[in-house]
Ligand binder design. Structure first.
Ligand code: FAD
Length: 459
């Protein structure tokens, strides 16, 4: 009997367009394995919402594998050690995996290569990091030239179908998913997540098909939080239930401006990987030096900010658009992109709280929490990053709320204000607020404080 082949799964939980599965299936019987390795990622082990989603996603993959009379082997512990043990138990010939670029996965890939025949493939990004470079051969630091070079380099994709899988003679032992306790129990806070998300490739493709009906308006509608104008595919892409190439190819029949902009948004994912390949600790370290010490009102500098951070986290800042976003996040594990920018900017500029506090909160509460995308976007908003708005560009939450027509969105997530008119709801007068909190800080005052803190930090 041909020796079995291990497929090591991480954020690539699909059978279609999954090169590791296809190559393994061509070489022999396949043993798919997922190792829950919390220690590897240290401070970036999966947060609560991601753990909930991971559970659903692994279940969906188990169902897909069952159609092929195959199974998912679950192990917990150090990924390198567990894979070596599994290879020894099963006499596997090789381990096949898609490449991942988080620093802990790069270390694990390096360590595993020394011990087993590890075969790595591309496929979770449109182009692998490093595929496009500047004229002088350097990796891009700025999004727009990166995006343009990537667009020029992409020449369509051949999408791999689900491979036919054959089973090993005997299956190795597996943990049971329910024993991993990925789901919250006491309290069970996941009701809103269950309402919103169905994990797995089929659910993702269904969502994408519905999105194709409205993609022609995406260029404008994606900025309007009150309507479903974006694809909501981010957790599906993060966990690799679909590849970006699958979406790109399906989109290639569409010629509208909306479809064109959608493709360029997909390239933000690639760009974020390209950034963490150059700066692996980007999600924990400001790129622009000097900001880390001077700018933020941190507890260790004597400021009392815990209650302000809590008000932001709980959606009680008194700014309806910010609070609507933070409540949407808490309820459903997702927040509209425009509102993510407004809420993040509010934390960093209005409250002068270190962007890493926001990164941590998003990491714990987003179902699409992604080491690279989260870090890159937080530093972009905070003005500390490699490709940033300068710190001095301060988003005005009240006028953004009006400009992007957020009245319906606020009504949905801040029901205390639902009785107000479209005109009043963005910035309710004090006597119209009822139980809704007063503004935690005035906009003008916050703006002036941020600008003077910036000037001080720069000096
Ligand atoms: P669509 O508009 O339908 O876009 C399609 C896909 O393109 C998205 O699913 C996503 O994979 C990708 N994409 C779009 N915009 C971005 C972007 N700016 N950066 C990276 N990828 C993008 N996105 C994450 O996937 N994970 C995160 O942890 C994350 N954290 C963020 C933190 C902040 C402070 C901000 C401002 C943005 C963050 N984003 C993050 C980016 C963006 O908000 C989400 O990708 C988007 O809202 C997901 O919704 P969608 O699938 O409907 O997006």
């Amino acid at each position: 009997m041909t020796k079995p082949q291990i497929v090591w799964l991480r954020r690539d939980l699909r059978l279609t367009d999954q090169r590791a599965f296809t190559a393994a299936a061509e070489a022999g019987p396949v043993i798919p394995v997922y190792v829950l390795d919390d220690a590897a990622a240290k401070n970036h082990k999966y947060g609560g919402a991601s753990r909930w989603y991971l559970h659903q996603s692994l279940e969906a993959l188990e169902r897909d594998l069952a159609r092929h009379h195959s199974k998912l082997i679950l192990r917990r512990g150090d990924a390198v050690e567990e894979l070596c043990k599994l290879a020894e138990e099963t006499g596997a010939q090789a381990v096949h995996a898609l490449r991942h670029y988080e620093p802990w996965w790069r270390r694990a890939q390096g360590a595993l290569k020394d011990r087993l025949d590890l075969k790595l493939y591309d496929g979770n990004y449109l182009l692998p990091p490093g595929a496009v470079t500047t004229g002088s051969g350097e990796p891009y630091k700025i999004y727009t030239p990166f995006m343009k070079a990537s667009l020029a380099a992409i020449d369509g994709f051949d999408i791999l179908p689900e491979p036919a899988l054959s089973a090993p003679e005997t299956w190795p032992a597996s943990d049971s998913l329910s024993d991993w306790n990925l789901l919250p129990t006491k309290p069970d806070w996941a009701g809103g997540l269950r309402e919103e998300w169905q994990a797995g490739t089929s659910a993702a493709m269904e969502r994408f098909d519905s999105f194709l009906d409205v993609v022609s308006n995406y260029d404008e509608d994606r900025n309007l939080p009150a309507i479903d104008g974006s694809s909501k595919l981010s957790p599906h892409l993060h966990f690799g239930e679909v590849s970006p190439a699958m979406l790109w190819e399906a989109m290639s029949r569409y010629t509208s401006e909306g479809a064109r902009v959608y493709r360029s948004e997909l390239l933000w994912r690639d760009y974020a990987q390209n950034v963490i390949c150059q700066f692996p600790d980007y999600p924990v370290k400001s790129y622009r030096d000097g900001y880390d010490d001077g700018l933020w009102r941190n507890p260790n500098r004597g400021h009392v900010i815990a209650s302000e951070l809590e008000a932001w986290q709980q959606g009680r800042t008194g700014y309806p658009i910010v609070d609507a976003g933070m409540r949407q996040l808490w309820h459903s594990g997702w927040m509209h992109n425009r509102v993510r920018m407004i809420a993040a900017s509010f934390l960093v500029k209005h409250l002068l709280i270190d962007w890493r506090e926001g990164e941590r909160w998003f990491w714990d509460t987003l179902v699409d929490a992604d080491y690279a995308s989260n870090g890159v976007n937080w530093q972009w908003v905070s003005g500390t990053g490699v490709d940033s708005n300068m710190f001095v560009r301060i988003m005005a939450p009240l006028s953004q709320s009006e400009k992007f027509d957020a009245a319906g969105y606020i009504r949905q997530w801040v029901p205390e204000l639902a009785h107000l008119s479209d005109r009043e709801i963005h910035d309710p007068a004090d006597d119209k607020r009822g139980d809704y909190p007063a503004k935690i800080i005035g906009h003008k005052e916050a703006r002036e404080r941020a600008l003077s803190a910036y000037r001080e930090a720069k000096d």
